[in-house]
Design a protein. Structure first.
Length: 433
C-alpha cells in the first residue's frame, strides 16, 4: 500500500466527506510551481492552492518573514496588544489599491470573513439592509457568503435557510448572455438592468451594497466587457449604494494587474483581498474609503485572530516579492503565452467553446457542440483526471462544471509551463479522439 493510500484511509475515517478533495494525493513538499506527494511523485501545479500561490509555493522571502516573525511573537490579538505588521500592511494596501482618496483597512482570516465584514460596514454606513449579488458569483461558505454565492450544489444545497435581504441579478456573461444580446450592440443591457432591478426586485433606497467579482472565479472565469463596471459603479453612485469589488481570487497580480479593478478603470468603494495576499497564510483584507470604513462604532469590527502578525509579515513579504521580481509584468507576459497556447488549442479541438480571462487568469469553456454550446461537464471532469495521471494538477469551475481554469504561480518556470501545456494538449487530444 502506498503512503497516499495509507493517508487516504485515515482521511476517510477521521475527516467528514463534506470536505471535498479534487486529487487523491497528500503533499510532502512544494516549491515554486511544483508539488511532491508523499510517495515522491512530482506534479506541475496549475491550481496554486486555488489561486493562493501567485508568488509560488514557499517563496523564500515569505518563508523568511514567517520564521522571523514567529520567533518574536505569534499572537497577542490586535484588540488587546497592537503590533507593527498590522499597521504597515494596512498602510500598504491603502496605498496600492485603486482609488485616489483616503482609505482604511481592516483584516480578517478568510475571504468569506472579508465579504461578511464588507457587507456589515456597508449596511452600517448606509443604514440600509439589502445587498445585490450576481448569478455565477462565489463569495464564500459562511451563512452570508453562501447566500451571496450563486451556485446551489454543492455550496448551498441543504444548508438553508439563508440570510435575508440578498438579491441576485444576471451577470455580464457574454458567451451565454442572459438577455440574448451581443456586445457591443447590446448597449450594456446587463448593466442598465440594474435600474430595472430597482423597480422589480428591491428599491434602490433600500440597497446598501452591490458586490461583484471583477472576474468571476468559481463561476467560470467570466470577464465582463471593459466598460461594464464603470456603468454599474455610476448607477451605484447615483443611488448612494456602496460598490464592493471582491478581488479575493482575481487580485494580487493574477490578472496582469495588481488588482483587476485597474483593468476596468473603476475605483471600488470597498475592495477585498485574500488568497494570494499572504501566500498561504490565513489572511484577508477589507480596504475602502475612509469615511465608509470608519463609520462603525468602536468595537463593532474585529475578531480574535484577524490580522495575525505572522500572516501580516507574510503579506508584506509578498508585496516585496511582487515588486522585486517584477511579477506584475511577468504575469502579463505569462498571460500572453497561455492565451496564445489556448487559442491554438481551440483551433485544434472542437471541445473548446471559448477561451477567456485576463492576464494568466485564463480558462477554457468546454462544450459538446459549439453551435448549441451545451456544457461538457463530464469531459471537463475527465480532463482533470487525465491531467492528474500525467502529472499536472488542474481545476475545473463554472456553474455547469465545464470550465478549466489556470491558477499556476506567476513565478512558474518556462520548462514547467511548457510541460504543463503539453500535458493539457495530450489530454484534450485523448478526449477528442
Amino acid at each position: 500500500m502506498s503512503r497516499n493510500e495509507e493517508f487516504m484511509k485515515l482521511r476517510e475515517r477521521h475527516v467528514p466527506q463534506g470536505v471535498f478533495n479534487t486529487h487523491p494525493i497528500f503533499a510532502k513538499e512544494a516549491k515554486g510551481a511544483a508539488i511532491v506527494d508523499v510517495d515522491g511523485r512530482e506534479y506541475i501545479d496549475f491550481a496554486g492552492g486555488i489561486g493562493v500561490e501567485n508568488v509560488g509555493h514557499c517563496s523564500q522571502k515569505v518563508v523568511d518573514a514567517i520564521k522571523s516573525q514567529a520567533e518574536r511573537y505569534i499572537h497577542t490579538c490586535f484588540h488587546v496588544v497592537m503590533y507593527e505588521p498590522y499597521i504597515k500592511l494596512a498602510m500598504k494596501l491603502n496605498e496600492v489599491t485603486p482609488g485616489d482618496f483616503p482609505k482604511m483597512t481592516m483584516f480578517a482570516n478568510s475571504g468569506a470573513e472579508a465579504v461578511e465584514n464588507a457587507v456589515k460596514i456597508a449596511r452600517y454606513y448606509t443604514k440600509r439592509p439589502a445587498v445585490i449579488a450576481f448569478e455565477n458569483a462565489f463569495h464564500g461558505r459562511t451563512l452570508l457568503g453562501m447566500t451571496l454565492t450563486s451556485k446551489v450544489k454543492p455550496y448551498k444545497w441543504g444548508f438553508g435557510p439563508f440570510a435575508p435581504e440578498v438579491y441576485r441579478m444576471p451577470f455580464a456573461y457574454c458567451y451565454r448572455c442572459p438577455y440574448g444580446k451581443t456586445y457591443p450592440s447590446c448597449n450594456l443591457k446587463c448593466a442598465e438592468a440594474l435600474n430595472d432591478f430597482f423597480i422589480n426586485q428591491v428599491a434602490a433606497d433600500q440597497v446598501a451594497a452591490v458586490i461583484a467579482e471583477p472576474v468571476q472565479g468559481e463561476g467560470g472565469f467570466i470577464v465582463p466587457p471593459k466598460d461594464y463596471f464603470k456603468r454599474v459603479k455610476e448607477i451605484c453612485e447615483e443611488n448612494g449604494i456602496v460598490f464592493i469589488m471582491d478581488e479575493i481570487q482575481a487580485g494580487m497580480g493574477r490578472t496582469g494587474h495588481l488588482f483587476a479593478s485597474e483593468y476596468f478603470e473603476v475605483e471600488p468603494d470597498i475592495i477585498l483581498a485574500a488568497k494570494s495576499l499572504a501566500a498561504g497564510m490565513p489572511l484577508s483584507a477589507v480596504t475602502g474609503k475612509a469615511e465608509i470604513m470608519n463609520s462603525p462604532h468602536v468595537g463593532g469590527l474585529g475578531g480574535t485572530y484577524g490580522g495575525n502578525p505572522v500572516s501580516c509579515a507574510a503579506a508584506l513579504a509578498v508585496f516585496e516579492t511582487i515588486e522585486e521580481e517584477n511579477l506584475i509584468e511577468k504575469g502579463r507576459k505569462l498571460g500572453d503565452e497561455i492565451r496564445l497556447a489556448f487559442d491554438n488549442l481551440k483551433e485544434k479541438y472542437e471541445l473548446i467553446g471559448e477561451v477567456r480571462g485576463l492576464g494568466p487568469m485564463l480558462a477554457l469553456e468546454l462544450v459538446k457542440n459549439r453551435d448549441t454550446r451545451e456544457p461538457a461537464a463530464d469531459e471537463a471532469k475527465l480532463l482533470v483526471k487525465l491531467a492528474f495521471e500525467k502529472g499536472l494538477i488542474l481545476l475545473s469551475c463554472g456553474n455547469f462544471g465545464n470550465v478549466i481554469r489556470t491558477l499556476m504561480p506567476i513565478s512558474i518556470e518556462r520548462a514547467q509551463l511548457e510541460k504543463g501545456l503539453a500535458i493539457l494538449d495530450a489530454c484534450l487530444s485523448e478526449l477528442s479522439s
